[in-house]
Structures are given as structure tokens and as C-alpha cells.
Design a binder for this molecule. Structure first.
Ligand code: 13P
Ligand code: SF4
Length: 347
């Protein structure tokens, strides 16, 4: 039964004490989050993994790229485990290293040494390594503006991987015009741009989040029509039009803080993964909160991690067996670390 499984998780956690650390991303299910030692957005979880010196086993309740990041940021003797190896991220899968290298060859041919790569942390370790090797940094949704500003002090133009929406929304916030941004099509290996390419400042990889793109302009218009007093806050992985029409946008952590600080009685529609939205609804009875689109906005891969998988990986640990360990090859890890450390130290 559920109760028996929960009791077992508790028992194993107690047995391992500080030797076991369970970080949980905000999009995880409640049945998993109840056992997380820390809950956070991807930046917070990366920092917490880097700071943790005691844990021998890090059972990461999130998706594959987050577990890879944790492995890169921790010591070799600290083992990172992903309770279900199928918990990937469809956006991270939209840029592979071969396509990226091919794009880079073409772009450096077009633009010479005037271009710097940045990658959203939602990417493979190999892409992070490529970025690190070429002088760039990783970004998350909570520091994208700061890191992109820094990048633009380094080079005239930026290749932003793999999320076109986060890239476009962030660049636009920094005053870069839409006609100074081009989209890179990795299938065709070409830039989508009309006009003089020397005007391009941002090259956006054409990836996107299949969850966040389900929030539409129609959803926003519906809320505005039904309830003009309701404020709308969305994650910057939503499309440019949706972000522009919303009242606010920000990382999962910013969304949580905004709702926490909002006055009692205020009304909100939130555009992000529904496990988080439902948790906010439960935690804030004094506020009227709805999802901007309640029907299709669960992250299927985040949801792969559930109580049975968590328990399964912990019970194997109890038996002395490490299952589903995520390890990043040393050369890739060293270069990816350059990109992550730049992100963590840029002020
Ligand atoms: P955060 O950086 O806001 O945690 O978002 C991670 C993510 O995967 C959003 O889809
Ligand atoms: Fe990836 Fe989107 Fe899921 Fe985040 S919500 S893990 S970006 S697929």
C-alpha cells in the first residue's frame, strides 16, 4: 500500500541519515516531494548539490540533465542516482552535440570570432562542455538576464541553446529587437533570417518546451475576458506572445515567491507545470489560483519519478546496490564545469 511504501522510504532515509540526500524539483509529484530534503528550482538545486559535502548518495528527483549537473558539481565519490532513467527532458533532447558542432562551424564561418555560446541548463552535459570549451556559460531561467548581459559584454553576438523562447524573451527584456534575432534550424543546418545577417545579435536554437508551449494566446485571452482582475504569471519557456500578454514572468522560484507575497484575496492564473500550480493552490487557500491551461500542462518526464521508483532505488541502496547512477565522462565533465562555474560566479 501507499502507506507501507511511505513508511519504508522514511525508514531508509533515517537509516542513511546525512549519507543520503534527496533534492526535489518543484515540478515533482507531491508523493515524491514529501520526502525531498530540499525543494527548489534548477539553479537552487545545482547550488545545493555543489555545497553538499556529506552525502554519499544523491537521489535526484528531477530530470536527467539535473542529475548530470549534480554529478558534475559533486565529488567523484558522491554518487548521483536518477530513480527512473526515462525521466529525460524533451527540450534538452532537441540539441545534440553533432548538430551543435555543425552549427558552430557554419556560424563561425559566417561571423568569425564575434560569437559566444550560452546554453540553458536544460541541455546535455556534452552541450554544456561544448559551451564551456568555447568560453560561454550555462544559464537558468532565474539568471538568464544576468548571464546574457554578461555574454554581450564579451562578444557581439550570442548563440543561445536550446530553448528559443527563453532566449527570445530574455534578449527582448534586455532591449534587443526581434529583428536582431535569428533562429537556427539544426535539421537544415541554416539560419532563418531575412535581411543583412550582420545585424543579428542573438541566434536562437529552435528548441522549445513541449509543456510550456501548451499555454496559448487563446488561454490568456480567455482569462482576460472571463476575469479582468485575474493576474497572469508564466514561466519564460512560454512563447514570446504569451509572455508579452502576461502580467509577469519568471522561473519556478520567482512564481512561488510572487504568489507567496501576493495579497490575500488576489486572483492568479499561472502558466507552468501543473504539479507546481496544484501545490500552490493547496498552500494558498486565501488566494484564488487557477492554471492558465489545466488540461495539457503536466511534464510527462518529470512525472516518471514516482513513489514506487523512489522506493525501488532506495531499497537497492539499502541492499548495497547502486542503481541508475548518472555519471558524466571526465573530459566532458571538466569542460561542462567551466560553463557551470562561470554561471555561478558571474555577478
Ligand atoms: P526552473 O529553472 O524554473 O526550475 O525550470 C526548470 C524547467 O525545467 C522548467 O521547465
Ligand atoms: Fe523539460 Fe519542459 Fe519538462 Fe522542464 S517542463 S523538464 S523544460 S520538458
Amino acid at each position: 500500500s501507499v502507506k507501507q511504501m511511505e513508511d519504508r522510504v522514511r525508514e531508509i532515509k533515517e537509516k542513511f541519515g546525512d549519507r543520503l540526500y534527496i533534492p526535489g524539483h518543484h515540478y515533482q509529484k507531491d508523493e515524491v516531494i514529501q520526502f525531498a530534503d530540499d525543494v527548489g528550482d534548477s539553479l537552487q538545486l545545482a547550488k545545493l548539490a555543489a555545497q553538499n559535502k556529506k552525502a554519499e548518495f544523491i537521489v535526484f528527483c528531477g530530470v536527467h540533465f539535473m542529475a548530470e549537473t549534480a554529478d558534475i558539481l559533486t565529488r567523484p565519490d558522491q554518487k548521483v542516482i536518477l530513480p527512473d532513467l526515462n525521466a529525460g527532458c524533451s527540450m534538452a533532447d532537441m540539441a545534440n552535440i553533432e548538430q551543435t558542432q555543425r552549427a558552430w562551424d557554419k556560424l563561425t564561418e559566417l561571423f568569425g570570432d564575434t560569437i559566444l555560446p550560452l546554453t540553458y541548463v536544460n541541455s546535455t552535459a556534452a552541450i554544456k562542455a561544448f559551451v564551456g570549451k568555447n568560453g560561454g556559460a550555462t544559464v537558468t531561467s532565474s539568471n538568464a538576464k544576468k548571464i546574457l548581459s554578461w555574454a554581450l559584454t564579451q562578444k557581439e553576438r550570442i548563440l543561445f541553446l536550446p530553448d528559443q523562447h527563453l532566449g527570445r524573451n530574455t534578449a527582448y527584456d534586455l532591449g534587443i529587437k526581434l529583428d536582431e534575432m535569428a533562429v537556427w534550424d539544426p535539421e537544415e543546418n541554416r539560419l532563418e533570417y531575412e535581411g543583412d545577417i550582420q545585424n543579428i545579435k542573438i541566434i536562437l536554437w529552435n528548441g522549445y518546451c513541449s509543456v510550456h508551449q501548451n499555454f496559448t494566446v487563446e488561454n490568456v485571452e480567455q482569462v482576460r475576458k472571463n476575469d479582468p482582475d485575474r493576474k497572469i504569471i508564466v514561466h519564460p519557456e512560454c512563447t514570446f506572445d504569451v509572455v508579452q500578454l502576461s502580467d509577469e514572468n519568471g522561473s519556478t522560484n520567482k512564481i512561488i515567491q510572487t504568489i507567496k507575497n501576493a495579497p490575500s484575496g488576489s486572483k492568479w492564473a499561472i502558466g507552468t507545470e501543473n504539479n507546481l500550480v496544484n501545490r500552490l493552490i493547496k498552500e494558498h487557500h486565501d488566494k484564488d489560483i487557477i492554471s492558465l491551461n489545466p488540461f495539457t500542462c503536466n511534464c510527462y518526464t518529470m512525472n516518471r519519478i514516482d513513489l514506487p521508483y523512489l522506493l525501488w532505488s532506495l531499497e537497492r541502496l539499502e541492499e548495497g546496490q547502486v542503481v541508475n547512477q548518472i555519471t558524466v565522462e571526465k573530459e566532458i565533465a571538466d569542460n561542462a564545469l567551466l560553463a557551470l562555474e562561470r554561471m555561478l560566479t558571474i555577478k
